[in-house]
Ligand binder design. Structure first.
Ligand SMILES: Nc1nc2c(ncn2[C@@H]2O[C@H](COP(=O)(O)OP(=O)(O)OP(=O)(O)O)[C@@H](O)[C@H]2O)c(=O)[nH]1
Ligand SMILES: [Mg+2]
Length: 520
């Protein structure tokens, strides 16, 4: 394989890939064109050069070769003519199908799962990530081991052979099984460490916001933008996202000072994709636990490409499958490119009914929420297309997934009506996002004015440690603080003898500005 530029290895000739798209009469969520376009992106992300594409539409798969015999011949000829090094199918192949196809086509044949595994193998940086990928690859490999010798000896590296490496030729099943067991043990150990870390964070009481979403949606870019805007780290230390699929494999957690909330941990995570290979879901469960234990999920979606509503559904489904029950907030990213026009029409056609239902839910559940966010959008940015509606409102045609919205757990989910439009690249909308997050995370908190007597500086410190303090000023009897505090803490303070009253929103904002102004 080319090794991409990431590894810093000298560039070899990119592997030439011939893509084969197969679609059934009753197709899935993506159109055949969309599937093939994504396969093209995946191949490109793996460092390959796509030299040709062949499509077949069938009633049902051919058991032995997936595609029909005539098509197999066509692929074989195209492979020779185009001098393709690898033929990549956009559907999963059974071990037998893969063998049969390699024989008939006369070259390396891999499927989408193998391609994705390969990308993952080349991206994994942390030990945990590497262990996870190796585990997934070995699990994929095990049933394919029989009869693999002849194919492998011909391959000589490239896509589908990275990771466990060529040594696998000599390893027999038993050794692979032993290695799989070993990897599981190691991962369990890593998992325990992670849990301890997370417990530590919980003890520190820091809320965790996880960025989730389709691959290439802009999660890492948004993560970096948030860290730059709200974090206390030098800009150079922030990793920039790259335009390739599955750029991020290992979750990165950074601490930022969230306006209106105080310290918050923001986690960047691995991207999702439709038909996520089961091996990968299993292998990355540990990583995704980061997501499952977050307090809030920011679901980032690239709205500059027309099929974004489908991606939203895909991600929502994966999150549900993983058992994520946290509130979710939809972040419509890349608005600097303009929203893809196609989605409106498509949404209207496909999801008009749902949309209306969704609107009703929004109004019932979160009346005025959208407007409230609008009010604090202090970034002064103007939305190119935001006229006539609050800039953060969900486009009305957006077909939000019905199921996740209606479930009991999903009822409080941010997606049940909330979305923020941003550009992670230009920073547009980030302040809106900041306010939305503060509102969602501060849900069990109240904005209160607390009067702390002079002799209780301990309480004053506790308020500072516990919640974002939006304003503070001396009063005759001590200090008066405006803070966003958890209900439980308010009760404790009251019992400790503090005077407490609800603080008007304007108060706090004035206060926040005062605090800002008084910072050294
Ligand atoms: N125009 C534009 N491009 C963006 C924006 N946000 C991200 N991008 C670009 O989109 C590409 C993917 O961004 P990433 O941040 O790597 O996406 P990701 O979701 O982390 O992707 P994976 O880690 O692969 O799942 C990069 O080329 C970014 O520069 C945006 O707001 N506007
Ligand atoms: Mg990323």
């Amino acid at each position: 394989m080319t090794g991409d530029s990431a590894g810093g290895s000298p560039r070899r000739r990119p592997e030439r890939a011939l893509l084969v798209g197969v679609s059934w009469e009753r197709g899935g969520r993506l159109s055949p064109e969309e599937r093939l376009a994504e396969l093209r992106e995946l191949a490109r992300s793996a460092g390959a050069e796509v030299v040709g594409e062949i499509r077949q539409r069938r009633d049902r798969p051919e058991p032995a070769t997936l595609i029909g015999p005539g098509k197999v011949q066509e692929v074989a000829e195209a492979r020779r003519r185009l001098e393709a090094d690898v033929v990549i199918f956009d559907r999963d192949l059974t071990p037998a199908q893969q063998r049969n196809l390699e024989r008939a086509i006369g070259g390396k044949v891999i499927d989408r799962t193998q391609l994705i595994l390969d990308i993952f193998a080349s991206r994994a940086r942390t030990r945990e990530g590497q262990l996870q990928v190796e585990l997934a690859q070995l699990q994929y490999l095990l049933p394919r081991l029989a009869g693999m010798g002849e194919a492998l000896s011909r391959l000589g590296g490239g896509i589908g052979t990275r990771g466990p490496g060529e040594t696998r030729l000599e390893v027999d099943r038993r050794r692979i099984r032993r290695r799989i067991a070993g990897l599981r043990r190691l991962l369990a150990e890593v998992r325990r460490q992670r849990q301890t870390q997370r417990k530590g964070r919980r003890r520190a009481g820091l809320p965790v916001v996880a960025l989730v979403g389709y691959t290439n949606a802009g999660k890492t870019t948004l993560h970096a933008a948030l860290v730059r805007r709200f974090g206390a780290v030098p800009a150079g230390a922030v990793v920039a996202g790259r335009d390739r699929l599955f750029d991020t494999l290992d979750p990165a957690v950074r601490r930022v000072e969230w306006p209106g909330l105080g310290p918050v941990l923001v986690a960047d995570t691995v991207g999702f994709i439709h038909d996520l290979p089961p091996h990968l879901i299993a292998a990355f469960r540990a990583t995704l636990e980061e997501v499952l234990e977050a307090d809030l999920l920011l679901h980032v979606v690239d709205v500059s490409q027309p099929r974004w509503p489908v991606d939203v559904d895909t991600v929502e489904e994966i999150l549900d499958d993983l058992g994520a029950v946290q509130p979710r907030l939809l972040v419509l990213n890349k608005i600097d490119r303009g929203e893809a026009g196609g989605e409106g029409a498509r949404g209207e056609a496909a999801g008009g009914e749902e949309t209306r239902r969704h609107d009703a839910e929004c109004k019932g559940g979160e009346a005025g929420g959208g407007e409230a966010w609008g009010r604090e959008s202090g970034d002064g940015s103007r939305d190119p297309r935001g006229e006539g509606r609050p800039p953060e409102a969900i486009p009305t045609a957006h077909p939000l997934p019905a199921a996740p919205l209606s479930g009991e757990n999903a009822a409080p989910a941010g997606i049940g009506g909330r979305a923020v439009r941003v550009s992670a690249l230009t920073g547009q909308g980030l302040d809106r996002l900041a306010v939305a997050v503060a509102e969602l995370l501060g849900r069990d908190r109240r904005r209160v004015r607390v009067e702390v007597p002079y002799h209780r500086s301990d309480l004053r410190s506790r308020i500072h440690a516990g919640g974002p303090v939006l304003a503070e000023e001396p009063v005759p009897a001590g200090w008066s603080l405006v803070a966003l505090l958890p209900q439980a803490e308010i009760g404790r303070l009251r019992r400790a003898g503090c005077r407490i009253e609800d603080a008007a929103i304007g108060d706090a904002e004035d206060g926040a500005r005062r605090l800002d102004g008084s910072r050294p």
